[in-house]
Design a protein around this ligand. Sequence first.
Ligand code: H2B
Length: 99
Amino acid sequence: MPAAPRLTEPEIALRLTALPDWTRDGDSIRRTAEAADFPAAIRVVVAVAEQAEAMDHHPDIDIRWRTLHFTLSTHSAGGLTALDFDLAARIDQAVTAHG
Ligand SMILES: C[C@H](O)[C@H](O)[C@H]1CNC2=NC(N)=NC(=O)C2=N1
């Protein structure tokens, strides 16, 4: 699969407006999600893992009891690509469905 191109600053700003739970952090975007309890947090992580494998695009995930921190960046591109925003939307869906 060819590498996804890095997005321009206007493209990043536009895509962020559609993802209100996500914030820019340099070459990455991140969000925090609080699940109902620890098992629910793990269910979110499992759902995200399935999506990430299907996309062959993987988040950094920090698990603290029922609080999850997701950080997305396209390492091969050295910055943000459409893949990060597509995965962010899928993470939002997983949080809504399982959190
Ligand atoms: C070979 C495989 O496609 C690459 O290693 C993929 C896997 N998952 C990835 N995930 C992320 N976030 N960035 C990458 O550059 C990346 N590369």
